[in-house]
Design a protein around this ligand. Structure first.
Ligand code: PEP
Ligand code: MG
Length: 320
């Protein structure tokens, strides 16, 4: 790659009218960080911690987790790192935990619901995160699959107790918006969290009642459906009531047209698979925030996902 290409990738995603969008990578391991930075990532917007449990086929110890989070932060050299607490259940089954089989796992004990029932999983992870923070790691903690305020308050209370025990500094605590209830209630929940990150993969599934992995329904599980975009708007408006920032770490953040819409909707941060970063940055740099806001308004008024997609008039990637 030429020096000019490398410089282009490193440039921030700033619209033509000067609005900067933070660009993160969805990566899980310290070894993946250099590659993500090379693609132009400014931090890690989603570290999925399930892999720690899946790869080794066992539950990692608190020490192993603390080392892992510290190593991730070290690889980032002070750039932001958002670590998502364990999101198990639904599509993320961990065989060695031998959890009860459920009739409807996507509507069952998953994500934060599981953490609250299993302090033996939640507490070592929180302690490991605060130990890493006490050791100087810059990180934020993000809770998956939040539905209710009670879940937020219960994890917050445990986290604060553990933080005090460890003697760690305050760590931003945010939630994923993956359930329509969380998007609708964003103005209320914003008083109790430091940030939101919208998981459009799950938010689409739960909004449209389409299994995200269903082989026949892939086309229907479209994150650009206006119903999903309206929930993004709702989240951004709710977050603003308390001055919180909003990111998106689901798949549409890595689609240049999806990213353009999200910026138009007022999203502050986008986190994606590293290889998607250059095209997303290029798309953001090519437009003004005002134009993207107008595009988003048009999309919100569409009746279908196909109508939204038809608004994408940019030449296909690589078409010159
Ligand atoms: C999402 O649901 O959009 C998300 C980012 O989380 P995951 O894909 O890990 O469920
Ligand atoms: Mg999810």
């Amino acid at each position: 790659r030429t020096a000019a290409e490398a410089a282009e990738r490193a440039r921030p995603a700033v619209t033509t009218d000067g609005h900067a969008v933070e660009i993160g990578a969805n990566v899980n391991k310290p070894e993946q960080v250099a590659g993500a930075l090379d693609q132009g990532a400014e931090g890690v917007g989603l570290m999925r911690t399930e892999f720690l449990f899946l790869e080794s086929g066992r539950t990692p110890s608190e020490d192993e987790q603390a080392e892992g989070y510290a190593a991730m932060a070290a690889a980032l050299g002070g750039r932001p790192l958002i670590v998502r607490a364990l999101d198990i259940g639904g599509d993320k089954q961990v065989p060695h935990l031998a959890l009860p089989v459920e009739q409807n796992p996507f509507l069952g004990v998953r994500g934060t619901r599981l953490l609250l029932r299993r302090p033996d999983l939640m507490e070592p992870q929180l302690r490991a995160l605060y130990r890493a923070a006490a050791g100087g790691a810059r990180l934020s903690i993000m809770l998956p699959m939040i539905t209710s305020l009670g879940e937020i308050l219960a994890v917050r209370a445990a986290a604060e107790r553990i933080r005090a025990e460890v003697g760690a500094p305050a760590v931003p605590l945010g939630i994923m918006v993956e359930v329509p209830a969380a998007a609708e209630m964003a103005d209320v929940y914003a008083a109790h969290v430091d940030f939101f990150s919208i998981g459009t993969n799950d938010l689409t599934q739960y909004t449209l009642a389409v299994d995200r992995q269903h082989p026949e329904l892939a086309a229907e599980a479209d994150g650009l459906h206006p119903a999903v975009l309206r929930l993004v708007r709702r989240t951004v408006a709710g977050a603003a009531v308390h001055g919180r920032w909003v990111g998106v770490c689901g798949g549409i953040a890595g689609d240049p047209f999806g990213a353009a819409l999200l910026v138009g909707l007022g999203v502050d941060e986008l986190s994606m698979t590293p290889r998607d970063i250059p095209a997303v940055k290029a798309r953001i740099r090519a437009a003004s925030k005002a134009d993207l806001a107008a595009l988003a308004e048009t999309a919100l008024a569409c009746a279908t996902a196909d109508e939204v997609r038809a608004l994408d008039t940019a030449p296909a990637e690589g078409a010159g």
